[in-house]
Design a protein around this ligand. Sequence first.
Ligand SMILES: N[C@@H](CCC(=O)N[C@@H](CS)C(=O)NCC(=O)O)C(=O)O
Length: 221
Amino acid sequence: MVIEFYHYGISPPSRSVEMTLKALGLEYETKIVELFQGEQKKPEFLAINPRGKVPALVDGNLKLSESRAIAAYLCNKYAKGEKQSLYPTDPDKRVLVDMYLYITEWVFDQMMEYMNIGGIFMRGEKQKDEKLDVAKSALKFLDDQLGSRKYLAGDTLTIADFFGYTAVTFLDCLKFSGFGEFPKLVLWLGRMKALPYNEAVNGKALQDATAAIQEKLNAQK
Ligand SMILES: N[C@@H](CCC(=O)N[C@@H](CS)C(=O)NCC(=O)O)C(=O)O
């Protein structure tokens, strides 16, 4: 039975799960949940995720939500050989990935505090410029943590990188131009952009998100 992936392109956690699906080379069927039409609160979707949020995933009898749990599950169940490094089985390595899975949730929250996506879409507001420092403090934290490492949890790509990447690049929707202050972060972003599935997962999705957000912001000028 094929994996069903409940997705909405603008959603960074959804795209992190999709990066995991692609990195593992899994087949899946995408089911778009139109968030702005409220499809996530309809009974059909609530039967899959009672919290009414994307992403969600159905694999056989399992109905899964929470993006980080889904990405970890996919690796636990399907990663073979070299792909196991995406979520290593060695406890000493895995704990570093888990650590960054939690940290990237905080990073995402910091981005959202500044970006004010709900306010832009629902209440005709703008991003919260007074919170730019909040977003930048998370970028600085990642820049410091990366140091001379290639990826967040070491020199090997892991699922934690997917979550960090989609959180940080969400800033592109506001045409954020301050990445230059964080040179190690820029190098890491370059590595992530070069992944063979990056464009398929994030390219058009980020462009569409940018267009939708900019349209809302321009309408307020
Ligand atoms: N902690 C959850 C967060 C999921 C989440 O907040 N999804 C948002 C999109 S990014 C959503 O579905 N929002 C619609 C709603 O809350 O009605 C995860 O990582 O999966």
